[in-house]
Design a protein around this ligand. Structure first.
Ligand SMILES: CC(=O)N[C@H]1[C@@H](OP(=O)(O)OP(=O)(O)OC[C@H]2O[C@@H](n3ccc(=O)[nH]c3=O)[C@H](O)[C@@H]2O)O[C@H](CO)[C@@H](O)[C@@H]1O
Ligand SMILES: C=C(OP(=O)(O)O)C(=O)O
Length: 495
């Protein structure tokens, strides 16, 4: 196929939009390859002197940023979307089923789009029916190697290794991407698959796994040194289609792991101990079709609770499963927020004007979730007193600190412990341009902007779009002043 190259030209807005349309094609089916000199319009990456452009919601590529004017009080109700991390795991799990599946509450997110592309590259038929309803038909798997270019961009793509090894006896899966919050090795996935009867090699960025007997893995016993969410999910999928019994001990108990287990059970898997640290899985020959509804996103819920707290506003939200958020709501209550269930799945938060400092230590579920740590740090800068955060899950999850400092947050970090000084102790947020380095860091900066004086511009919106459905739109509906702005580059860089 012929390449599309452009050299030494200035592009006006229309040229640029045309190129963006071209470049919104799937990287798994590129429209063009690398040329000689000049700009190469690659589907995944367009370079400008501003950096690499992100993919916008409309399918166009733009360098977008969010502008938040702080100080608005929020009010009203927010609809919570389906859980990103459940939906991703269930989409991987869909590979286990030989019949069509009907999934509800699948959020419309960048990571979900990528996961769909990963499945499509394996021959899976996915139809988006709107309003979070999706059908997935993995009856005909034509490849056991997902498209590297997309799979390498998200963490959850790696989880397909379990489903493929279970269903087809082999898989070749690229090392995963995901948020840049630590080394994030995959040793537990690999050792677990070996314990279940697979031979695993890692070569040139790809993991090759195959059943030792050439056909089906056998199942086995595996103790996870750490209750890894992803490794538990990978192994649960593989074990569901193994020839024998599997016992996973020290398994993760996160609601998203439970959701995947419930989904697999609905497809005919035999799993007991769901929600505990020991999972016993009797392998079955095949899984069948089902209808399944994803749980509401507890991290999105927590983010909106913090949005209310940082603006000292009362808002309600649904659907919510309060038990999924007990560690978070407990902390908010101790800081001075009133929380009330308004219905079986509705939650109302009313913070007092003065919130007090607290301490959090991130832990596996039911402990405080690491995915809400950056957002909580933003909130702590607005409280009275000195708060302490200990991050124990990811060694690199403090990158938001530098950006919060630019906004006027006083935070001192020593290894994995951050001391956050409240507004009576030197923190005083006022708007400035900051950059999201990962998904939750981005959310934290938006929340900080809501509580800051003046205009905060958050660059790196592509990270936020990976995991929050219509984040800025939902905030606007609550009365926040948040605008998504596109900064079109004047000139594209040559490569
Ligand atoms: C797509 C998805 O569901 N992402 C979530 C999932 O990520 P993910 O599944 O990657 O997180 P894990 O629970 O596996 O990671 C937790 C810790 O275990 C370590 N580890 C993990 C696997 C392994 O083989 N070896 C190893 O050492 C990691 O480096 C990390 O320090 O759970 C995390 C912890 O709740 C969340 O923050 C992520 O949002
Ligand atoms: C870390 C996260 O996602 P991922 O594991 O996909 O990088 C997250 O959702 O906060």
């Amino acid at each position: 196929m012929q390449g599309w190259t452009v050299s030494d030209i200035k592009l006006n807005r229309d040229h640029f939009r045309m190129l963006l349309l071209v470049s919104s094609a799937s990287p798994c089916h590129p429209l063009q390859s690398k040329g000689h000199h000049g700009l190469v319009v690659s589907p995944s990456e367009i370079k400008t002197d501003n950096g690499i452009l992100g993919r916008g919601r409309s399918g166009l590529l733009t360098t977008e940023y969010l502008e938040v004017f702080g100080g608005n009080r929020l009010s009203g109700h927010v609809k919570i979307s389906g859980a990103k991390n459940s939906a991703l795991a269930v989409l991987a799990g869909a590979l286990c089923s030989e019949q069509e599946l009907s999934l509800q509450m699948i959020p419309d997110l960048r990571d979900i789009h990528r996961m769909v592309e990963v499945l499509q590259s394996l021959g899976v038929k996915v139809k988006r029916l709107g309003a979070g309803n999706v059908t997935v038909d993995a009856s005909d798997i034509i490849s056991v190697e997902p498209c590297s270019e997309v799979a390498g961009k998200l963490r959850a793509s790696f989880f397909v290794i379990g489903a493929l090894v279970g269903r087809k006896g082999k898989a070749v899966v690229p090392l995963p991407g995901g948020c840049d919050i630590g080394a994030r090795p995959i040793d537990l996935h690999v050792r677990g698959l070996q314990a279940l009867g697979a031979h695993v090699d890692i070569m040139q960025g790809k993991v090759y796994a195959r059943a030792l007997n050439g056909k089906r893995i056998t199942g086995g016993r595996f103790h996870l040194d750490f209750p890894s969410v992803g490794a538990t999910e990978t192994l649960m999928m593989a074990a569901s289609l193994a020839d024998g019994e599997t016992v996973l001990s020290n398994a993760a108990q996160e609601p998203e792991v439970v959701d995947l287990a419930q989904f697999l059970i609905a497809c005919g898997a035999k799993i007991t101990g769901v929600g505990t640290s020991t999972l016993i899985i009797q392998g079955v020959k095949k899984l069948h079709g089902t209808e399944y509804r994803i749980i509401p996103d507890r991290i999105e819920t927590g983010t909106f609770l913090i949005a209310a707290a940082i603006t000292r506003s009362s808002i309600s939200m649904s659907p919510v499963i309060p038990s999924h958020l007990a560690a978070v709501t407990g902390k908010l209550q101790r800081m001075g927020c009133k929380l009330r269930q308004t219905s079986s799945d509705g939650l109302l938060i009313s913070p007092s004007r003065c919130l007090f400092s607290t301490s959090i230590t991130t832990r596996p579920h039911p402990g405080f979730p690491t995915d809400l740590q950056p957002q909580f740090m933003a909130l702590m800068t607005s409280c009275e007193g000195r708060s302490v955060i200990e991050e124990t899950i990811f060694e690199g999850r403090m990158r938001h600190v530098e950006e919060l400092r630019k906004l006027g947050g006083k935070v001192v970090v020593n290894e994995n412990v951050a001391v956050v000084y409240g507004r009576d102790q030197g923190s005083s947020l006022s708007g400035v341009s900051v950059t999201a380095t990962d998904l939750r860091a981005g959310a934290a900066l938006v929340l900080a902007g809501l509580g800051a004086v003046g205009s905060t511009q958050i660059q790196g919106v592509k990270h936020i779009d990976r995991g929050y459905e219509l984040f800025d739109h939902k905030l606007r509906l609550l009365g926040a002043s948040v605008e998504r702005r596109a900064s079109l580059p004047v000139e594209l860089m040559t490569v």
